[in-house]
Unconditional design. Structure first.
Length: 166
């Protein structure tokens, strides 16, 4: 087998996050419907729009690389999303549901931030300046979403889950 390089790893990881983003696009409407708080519903809907842009940016990266936009099954995101589904089932109609949804969403965000941070770094090292800019933009949006979710959790959802009025 030929030596695998950073370029190969880079492309593999782009395929991984492309698959992940497309799975997230499918999960966000379910999470928005499950959310009890109108603020959390709105946050999920806003992030769905951002995620559509993330998919478009990844398609641009594939174009820059001269490769077809194809995903590679990402078992990590499938596991994280499956945990979110469990929370939606197990905590349905409870005061803890929104806190659980936020927790699940932040697991997704942290996975994405790890991937985009790595891809941004690798793109820079591989001389893919335009791809690095695209990854930096998405990383910034993912971080902002994570901060917004933290705020929703700390200012309302966690206290409601504890049994105290928010």
């Amino acid at each position: 087998m030929a030596e695998r390089t950073l370029e190969d790893l880079f492309l593999d990881t782009v395929k991984d996050i492309y698959f992940a983003e497309r799975q997230i696009l499918k999960a966000l409407p379910k999470m928005a419907r499950a959310a009890q708080s109108t603020d959390l519903k709105a946050a999920f809907e806003k992030h769905r729009e951002e995620t559509e842009m993330h998919v478009e940016r990844l398609q641009q990266v594939f174009e820059l690389l001269g490769k077809p936009a194809r995903g590679k099954t990402c078992e990590a995101i499938q596991g994280i999303l499956a945990e979110g589904e469990e929370i939606m089932e197990e905590f349905k109609n409870t005061s803890a549901l929104d806190a659980g949804l936020i927790s699940s969403a932040q697991a997704v965000e942290h996975y994405e931030m790890a991937r985009y941070g790595t891809l941004k770094s690798w793109a820079g090292q591989l001389g893919q300046k335009e791809a690095a800019k695209l990854f930096a933009q998405t990383l910034q949006e993912e971080s902002a979403t994570d901060e917004a979710l933290t705020s929703l959790a700390e200012n309302a959802a966690n206290m409601k889950a504890k049994g105290k009025a928010a």
